[in-house]
Design a protein around this ligand. Structure first.
Ligand SMILES: [Zn+2]
Length: 250
């Protein structure tokens, strides 16, 4: 019969004993002694766990929440600001974590732990944690991109109403040399071309083309995409956010 394991902690070292004999030692703080002991056992006995005096085991990772504030780097990536999150004292290791994982324990209870102190867990639990963490990051990234896109679209709409309210300059028609094409131009706008003489051309259509080209130029001067082309979203934000939110809830 296998004798129960005992865990002893003293002066920064955790020792694992069996039948009064020390079988392994590792440095550890008092609070993570059990996690360290469990890790030693797992390494030595291929997955066998402490049964005596053991902390409850994690059976499922329910959610991962990064509470830190992210700031944009000059290269366009986003980095968390250390210390900007909500500190929660870990139910297992006693340290404080800013990335909170809600887990289900084998006692049926729930606990909030850190993602960093889950490294000694089984591959399946680590997989669940990483998958949730990846989705949570993707969701945060989508929300940031959507906020940026919404602001860009609002700026485009503002510029568009400014340009729409501007008095439209006169449209002039000039011929580019003898036998050349005709140039329609509204104020200082971009030119529109035609190879058909104005008297038999669809003049109204050419005139509208020149006015639109002038509006596009005014939009560009305000740092915007053309009058009829709002900034493009990277993806369908609402749909993607809804999809990941569903995955996270499932
Ligand atoms: Zn912890």
């Amino acid at each position: 019969m296998t004798q129960p394991y005992e865990v002893h902690w003293s002066r920064g070292v955790v020792s694992l004993r069996q039948g009064g004999r020390s079988i392994a030692r590792a440095p550890s703080t008092n609070r993570d002694a059990m996690a360290v002991a469990r890790q030693i056992l797992r390494q030595r006995h291929k997955g066998e766990c402490l049964t005596e005096n053991a902390q409850p085991r994690i059976v499922k990772v329910l959610s991962v929440r990064d509470t830190r504030v992210y700031e944009e780097m000059p290269d366009g990536t986003w980095k968390p600001i250390p210390g900007s999150g909500v500190e929660h004292q870990c139910d297992r290791c006693g340290r404080t974590h800013e990335v909170h994982a809600e887990v289900l324990l084998d006692t049926g209870k729930r606990a909030i732990v850190g993602t960093s102190c889950m490294r000694a867990e089984s591959p399946e639990i680590i997989r669940q944690m990483l998958s949730l963490q990846r989705r949570q990051r993707r969701l945060a990234e989508l929300q940031r991109d959507k906020a940026r896109y919404d602001a860009a679209r609002a700026a485009w709409l503002r510029a568009r109403s400014i340009v729409a309210a501007m008095p439209v300059p006169e449209v002039t028609v000039t011929r580019q040399g003898e036998g050349g094409r005709w140039e329609y131009r509204c104020g200082d706008g971009y030119p529109c071309w035609s190879h058909v003489p104005p008297e038999i051309d669809d003049y109204e259509q050419r005139r509208r083309c020149a006015i639109d080209a002038w509006r596009d130029k005014k939009m560009r001067e305000l740092g915007q995409t053309p009058f009829y082309y709002p900034p493009e979203p990277k993806c369908n934000f609402e749909k993607e956010i809804a999809r990941i939110t569903r995955q996270l809830a499932g």
